[in-house]
Design a protein around this ligand. Sequence first.
Ligand code: ZN
Length: 241
Amino acid sequence: MSRETEKLQEILDSHRRVVFFGGAGVSTESGIPDFRSVDGLYHQKYDYPPETILSHTFFMSRPEEFFRFYRDKMLALDAEPNAAHRKLAQLEKAGKLTGVVTQNIDGLHQKAGSVHVMELHGSVHRNYCMRCGKFYDARFMLESEGIPTCSCGGMIKPDVVLYEEGLDQNILRDAVKTISEADVMIVGGTSLAVYPAAGLLDYFRGDVLVLINKGATPRDNSADLLIQAPIGQVFSQIVVR
Ligand code: ZN
């Protein structure tokens, strides 16, 4: 175990109200690509860049193409939680972790057993008919062809926050509250490039800010503990007690 990971263990052993804030890097070790990393979706072959395809305008004007990309790149339904997801779920069960705030839409925190998960960007596991509101799961979306259509004839929209769309205010409020009441905040697997999500750090008033990321972030200097390593690798060494 590295000295930094030992320090993280000490912090977890000596504090009770821990909040976790995570980004794409939390899921890359589960095989889900990071939009902004060099190996990520930006560098894969598609007619438009992902942030164009995953915009509200594109979804409304070219839904068939949106869903072709969506099924191909966004629905990794066989992905399994990694050590980071699993340890965070154990920390919550042990009464140490008050919540997980995530930018990911893959549902892997819940799959690992986490209960209080604030999904800033929604989830691929929830999909609703735009006409009657009927619910459909991710498997239905994956197995649909062309434009997924409800039994009423309406188009089904994934409950994910597309570019140009605002965040859910209730989830944002819950995240702000959970972060502002925490003693320890662990930020992991995010380059902290996306606002307003990244601005959530400013609500933390606790004792210890831990940053775990493979690359540098604009907030590295404000961290009490900085671990530059893959987050699953770090958490795999953590003992929950
Ligand atoms: Zn419907």
